[in-house]
Design a protein around this ligand. Structure first.
Ligand code: SAH
Ligand code: TYD
Ligand code: ZN
Length: 409
């Protein structure tokens, strides 16, 4: 067993190194061509805690290098995600936020994809996010946002300036935060006695089942599973009470956490915890097999791209996702194989992908002219994108997907 000198960030237990993707850049560090010498690299390696089972990174990227005023990701680029958050907000309003003075706090609200529904419904709310440009959009759409990192100190300030929160919600953010002990101490200060903490994240069970290795990148510091989150919540004085699987982002999971004894454990929560027992999510062998599958995908993908290139076929990337950083850098895919990637996010246009330095162009470049093949990095939005780009297929274009294995569709 390879035990790492780094200890578990949750419980201080020993970490068994289970995956190593080598030197990787900051995944949302889309750079201007003149700044290619300024990139920050780190070793992207994962370990599994022998004591609490949490899967986590062994080397941490300082938070200010990832999340800052110009963080380029914008949640609202996807119509499917806009609908998902509208539905989520509506459900919380109906079930948890009925009292006229109910207070909703969101950690990592980005461009207000969730908060605008709260605001429109007249719910008292506050978003916290260090991404200032994204917060400007949220505010322009009627949301209240504090530009800051959520942690113990900001939680205490929010509690003092407002009131205890009935719901603290966070999507695709808590797993990004290595200093999670501070989040839970903040939760203890901020959450009302009967309040709930709801978090949505990629699900480790789906990552393993789909060999979704591109879900592993700097921002996903922890890869959550039911059992590891249950143990973590208990360690910090809370209780995991409900779990819901979600189809979004290629396989997500929603955890509901409360103060101990406040809510009964749901049957869905118990069922998933039981199911997980046979998945081997804390076993080293699971990741050794995962690693072998990743190698296979990587070889097949590069072989395919090289063959298409040799045959004179044109290939364009679709979706300059954070996740594509791991794929392009690990597999060694640069502008020689994929000359550019189309993306709707204006803040990414004219920039290069981190490490692999593939230029990013507006979505309109896709049809000007259509390529023979499109490599779909945003595979989690496949239905939405393929529907939008119907004409590409009608004219003989083909999509290349690499999850859960390399195939042409
Ligand atoms: N909730 C949105 C955005 C996810 S992107 C969605 O699901 O689409 C992650 C967001 O978390 C970014 O906007 C980033 O700026 C923010 N973030 C990172 N660390 C944070 C922290 N400590 N407190 C609050 N927000 C944080
Ligand atoms: P996403 O998969 O949400 O996340 P991550 O960055 O966490 O891996 O990123 C989707 C990217 O794809 C984002 O940059 C926006 C882009 N996109 C398009 O260009 N067109 C589309 O129709 C959609 C849905 C997304
Ligand atoms: Zn641990």
């Amino acid at each position: 067993m390879r035990v790492n000198a780094v200890r578990c960030r949750i419980c201080g237990g020993q970490l068994q190194e289970c995956l190593d993707f080598g030197r990787q850049p900051v995944s949302n560090g889309f750079i201007r061509p003149e700044h290619v010498d300024r990139e920050h690299y780190f070793r992207l390696a994962m370990g599994v805690c022998v004591s609490c089972t949490m899967v986590q990174q062994l080397e941490e990227v300082p938070r200010a290098r990832m999340f800052h005023a110009d963080y380029p990701y914008r949640s609202s680029e996807s119509a499917a995600m806009r609908e998902h958050f509208e539905r989520t907000a509506a459900k919380l309003i109906e079930t948890e936020l009925k009292a006229p003075d109910a207070f909703f706090v969101e950690i990592g609200c980005n461009d207000g994809i969730m908060l605008t529904t709260m605001s429109a419904a007249g719910v008292r709310h506050l978003g916290v996010d260090p991404s200032a440009r994204a917060a400007e959009t949220a505010r322009a759409n009627g949301a209240h946002v504090e530009v800051d990192y959520f942690e113990e100190s900001s939680a205490a300030r929010i509690r003092a300036e407002h009131r205890p929160a009935d719901v603290v919600y966070s999507a695709n953010t808590i797993s990004h935060i290595s200093y999670i002990d501070s989040i839970f101490r903040g939760m203890d200060v901020l959450l009302a006695p009967k309040g709930i903490f709801v978090l949505e994240e990629r699900y480790l069970g789906d990552i393993v089942a789909n060999t979704a290795f591109d879900q592993i990148y700097d921002e996903h510091f922890y890869l959550f599973a039911g059992r590891s989150v249950q143990t973590m919540a208990a360690r910090f004085g809370f209780e995991l009470v409900d779990i819901e699987r979600l189809p979004v982002h290629g396989g997500s999971i929603r955890f509901t956490i409360a103060r101990p004894g406040v809510r009964r454990l749901t049957a869905a929560c118990r069922d998933l915890l039981t199911q997980e027992e046979s998945l081997g999510l804390a076993a080293l062998e699971t990741y050794l097999r995962f690693r072998a599958r990743v190698e296979h995908i990587s070889e097949e993908l590069v072989t395919l791209l090289r063959r298409l290139h040799a045959d004179g076929r044109t290939v364009v990337g679709y979706g300059a996702t954070s996740r594509s950083a791991t794929v392009t850098n690990y597999c060694g895919i640069g502008p020689g194989l994929v000359p550019f990637i189309c993306d709707t996010t204006t803040g990414k246009h004219g920039r290069l992908t981190p490490g692999s330095h593939i230029p990013i162009r507006p979505a309109e470049a896709f049809s000007d002219p259509y390529p023979d093949y499109a490599l779909l990095f945003a595979w989690n939005h496949a239905d939405e994108i393929m529907a939008k780009e119907r004409v590409f297929r009608d004219r003989g274009g083909k999509w290349i997907l690499y999850m859960p294995h390399v195939h042409i569709s």
